[in-house]
Structure formats: C-alpha cells, structure tokens
Design a protein around this ligand. Sequence first.
Ligand SMILES: [Zn+2]
Length: 207
Amino acid sequence: MQSYRKGLLREKSNRNPKACRCVLLPFVIMIAIVFLAAGCSGSGRVKPPTADYQAENAYMQMAIDDARDGIYNGDGGPFGSVIVKDGQVIGYGHNRVLANNDSTCHGEMEAIRDAEKSTGSYDLSGCVLYTTGEPCTMCLAASKWANIEHVYYGCTLEDNSSIGFRDETMDEELGGRDNEDDYLSEMDRDACLKLFEEYMDTEHVIY
Ligand SMILES: [Zn+2]
C-alpha cells in the first residue's frame, strides 16, 4: 500500500513539478520546526564534565546532576532538587536565580513548580523532596505549603553559608528551625560538599 502510494506520488510529481514542491513543503516545515524546538529547549547549553564523585542515593544523585547543569551554564547556585512520589520522579529543578533574574527561583521552588505542573495539583501530599543544600526559610515554607512529606538535604545551612549564601543568617533572623528535626534529614553530605567545591572552582556570581 505504501509503495503504491509512493508510486502515485512519483507519477504525479513527474507530471507536474509544482506538485513536487507541494509534497516537500510539509517536510521542510517539519524540519524547520524540529530545529527551532531544539533551539528553544536548551541545545547549546554547556554539558558538565564527568564528575569524580557520586551520591549513594539515586535521587540525590539526580539532584546533583541537575545542579551541575545549572552551575556550568551560569544559572545560579549549586542547588538541585528532585521530588519523588511512590518511587517516581514527578518534578525536578535547579537554582535559576541568575538565569531568570528571579530571587525565588531556588532549586526547591523550581522542583515544586515542576511537580505541581506535571501532576496538575498544588497538593504534593505523599511526596519526598531531595535537595543538595538544606532548604532556606522560603523553600522550607514552600515545601510545607505543598504538603511535601519529608525533605532530605545534602549540605547543611552552615555549608551553604561557607560558600557565600545567606541562608543561615536569614534563618536566625526568622527564628531558626529547632522544631524541624522530624521534617528535615541530612543525606549524602559528602557528595554534596564535593558539588559545592566544584561550584567554588567555577566562575560564579554570589547573590
Ligand atoms: Zn531556598
């Protein structure tokens, strides 16, 4: 059937050169769209080099990988986040404060927005968030607004401060987090500290 149709097309195009252009036009348009889409979806972004460290937890590793993509493309700080529900990743994101000129685009916020978009719901009950750095006050509150069940973080607030971020000072100003032990757990700090070292070794802007 296919070859029959192709044969007909060939016959038609032989008879009428204009028909040939009509047949090819949709393909040309399609190829142009594919190239344009590739351009919009971030082709041309820098691919991070292979890392010489790895997290033990697979989701934390995904958060690190995404954070590295952000570092090498100048998007923002070394913070990546992944949101998981029933063993499935439903959202992820990395810090894009510099890329978007938006101080709320922390990795956790990006992941929450992504998960809520992908699920079509503002309610992330039953979800767990993995993030390379302990969440700042904004992201901690956002996690609770989204009903995220638990947060695993790599580097601590002190570690965040050690590479120039203001999380710890802000946290003290806003009353600290002494009551969050059941909600926040440290995980894979060593691998995330390596990520922070990598960030410090690359050209970056502190904000
Ligand atoms: Zn934050």
